[in-house]
Structure formats: structure tokens, C-alpha cells
Design a protein around this ligand. Structure first.
Ligand SMILES: [Zn+2]
Ligand SMILES: [Zn+2]
Length: 303
């Protein structure tokens, strides 16, 4: 089970009742955060989720609305008696940006590991999260993220019996280990079916619509995408500031064949984003203008 919460939905600046765009997930005791603008730690507190299990923080880019909340959050995590290292992932320059912000948060009880993205597509496996970072197109270097929770195939007892593998070895094989019986080696692929559908979430903000988004978001259970502008006459603005309209986001969702889309990162001028959602449902129907702390529990499909 993967818990997902879109902590805030604002772009550029936090507003009363609308924190900056940021997503948090919880899986198997380990939490992951993407983006941390001003006030993100308050949004986490309002949601009632804890700071201590945050093991990974990914940054899309270094505009203030996506990172200026970091020093405060680090201090708060420090106060939660965390000692395990924290991994930060972001575009080139991460170490420099983090060092600057840490002038006001120099002493922390845990180590910080910075991983800078230098290639257009990078994969990480951390704490059961399979993370793909992919380059998008904004006014500065910017990445989208896909979080995958893979699911192994189903154990086949009929095959195991056919191979005459004693029952007390089954558990090892189910966990990917090899078993040697009478000089014969048995591997887990001999008794496990193919990998089953896992859980996939894609988070993408501050970008023009580009093919890397469609490619990476393919078949996501949840696609969180920026919609800076809801109005149809804002196409030029979206192009100029390298953002997206609701309509452009809907086209991406359709092309990527996602299950559902949540729009976020609204312009402060977009007071009632939900008023513009109906106008794009002809392109992609399963869409909402997400509200702060919108959350969902995503589970593996029944067999
Ligand atoms: Zn932004
Ligand atoms: Zn930006």
C-alpha cells in the first residue's frame, strides 16, 4: 500500500488556505517528499503525518516556491530525534543550494546525502521505492519524478511440487534466494510467475508539456501535474513562463493513458481552479483540480 498526499497546490507563493505544491508518500515505514516550498512543514503537520520517517526529499528545481521551506523542515526533522541519514535528490547545483540554505540550519543530528541529477533520465532504488527522475522543460533545469512500487510474481505451488522441492525451501525461493538440493540449483524464477502490476505515481510541475512526461507517466495510477492556468486565453502566458494550461495537462494525461490526474500548482490569480475542470473533461475525464492535502491510498490490484 502506498499513501500519497498532495500537501499543497499553490504555485509561486503560499496563500491563506493554499500551501505550495509538494507531495508526500508513505510506504513500508519510509516517507518520501517531493518539493519543499515555504510552509510545507506546516502542511505536513496539518495532515498529521510525521517528519521523522522522511528518508528522501526530491526537488524538481530550485525556484523558491519549491525549496525555500527546506531549512525549517530540516530543523524540525532534527527535533524529531532522527539520526538516520537523509537523501536529497535534485538537479545539478543541489549541494551548493543546500549548503547555502544550511547556513541557518548548520547543526543537525543526521547526515545529509546529496545526489545531483546530471543525465536527462536517472533511476534510483531506495527503501523499496523505484524512482525515475526525468528532465522536463522550464526556465531553469527541472525534473519530473515517477515513483514505482514494484510487485513480484505470484508463487506457483504446482510448479514447486512438480520440481519436487520440499515445502520448507519455498519461503526462500519466494524471496528470490537460490536453493541447492542434492547438487541441483533451484532459482525463484522456476516457481514464481511474471512480475505483476505495481503502483505508479508521477509528479510533474513547472514545465511545458514535453514527450518525456508522456513516456514516464505511462499507465500511472496517479498523475499529479501542474495546471498553472485554467483559462483558455492563457496559452501565451503558459508558453512565456514555461508552465501549462489545464488543457495541455489533460492532453498529457490522455497520451500517457493514466488512471487519474490531479491538477496542482495554480497561479495565485486562479482563485477557483475547479471552475475550469469541466472544460477539459472531453479530453481526459478522470481529472480533478486537487485541493490541499488531497490524498489517496493506492493498493496492489486483486489477483
Ligand atoms: Zn513553481
Ligand atoms: Zn519554477
Amino acid at each position: 500500500m502506498l499513501d500519497v498526499c498532495l500537501l499543497g497546490t499553490s504555485g509561486m507563493l503560499p496563500l491563506p488556505g493554499r500551501w505550495l505544491t509538494s507531495m508526500m508518500t508513505r510506504y513500508n515505514g519510509s516517507s518520501l517528499l517531493i518539493d519543499c516550498g515555504e510552509g510545507t512543514q506546516i502542511a505536513i503537520k496539518e495532515k498529521g503525518w510525521s517528519y521523522n520517517p522522511i528518508d528522501i526529499i526530491c526537488f524538481t528545481h530550485y525556484h523558491a516556491d519549491h525549496i525555500s521551506g527546506l531549512p525549517g523542515l530540516l530543523l524540525t526533522i532534527g527535533n524529531s530525534e532522527r539520526t538516520a541519514p537523509l537523501t536529497l535528490i535534485g538537479p545539478k547545483g543541489l549541494q551548493r543550494v543546500v549548503n547555502s540554505l544550511r547556513v541557518i540550519a548548520p547543526e543537525l543530528p543526521f547526515e545529509i546525502k546529496c545526489i545531483e541529477l546530471t543525465e536527462p533520465q536517472v533511476h534510483f532504488s531506495i527503501n523499496g521505492y523505484e524512482i525515475d527522475a526525468f528532465k522536463v522543460n522550464h526556465t531553469v533545469a527541472c525534473y519530473g519524478y515517477t515513483i514505482n512500487i514494484p510487485r513480484i510474481g505470484k508463487f506457483d505451488p504446482v510448479k514447486a511440487r512438480e520440481l519436487e522441492i520440499p515445502v520448507h525451501y519455498w519461503n526462500k525461493l519466494q524471496h528470490g534466494e537460490e536453493v541447492v538440493i542434492d547438487d541441483k540449483t533451484y532459482t525463484s524464477d522456476m516457481v514464481m510467475g511474471g512480475a505483476r502490476k505495481g503502483i505508479k505515481v508521477t509528479y510533474c510541475t513547472d514545465t511545458r508539456p514535453v514527450p518525456s512526461i508522456v513516456k514516464n507517466a505511462q499507465n500511472s495510477d496517479l498523475f499529479i501535474c501542474e495546471g498553472m492556468y485554467g483559462e483558455n486565453d492563457k496559452d501565451n502566458k503558459a508558453r512565456e513562463y514555461k508552465h501549462m494550461t489545464f488543457r495541455e495537462a489533460a492532453k498529457l494525461a490522455k497520451e500517457a493513458n493514466v488512471e487519474r490526474m490531479w491538477l496542482t500548482h495554480y497561479s495565485p490569480s486562479l482563485v477557483r481552479p475547479w471552475d475550469y475542470v469541466d472544460s477539459i473533461k472531453n479530453i481526459f475525464p478522470n481529472v480533478i483540480a486537487a485541493k490541499d492535502k488531497q490524498s489517496i491510498e493506492l493498493n496492489f490490484e486483486d489477483d
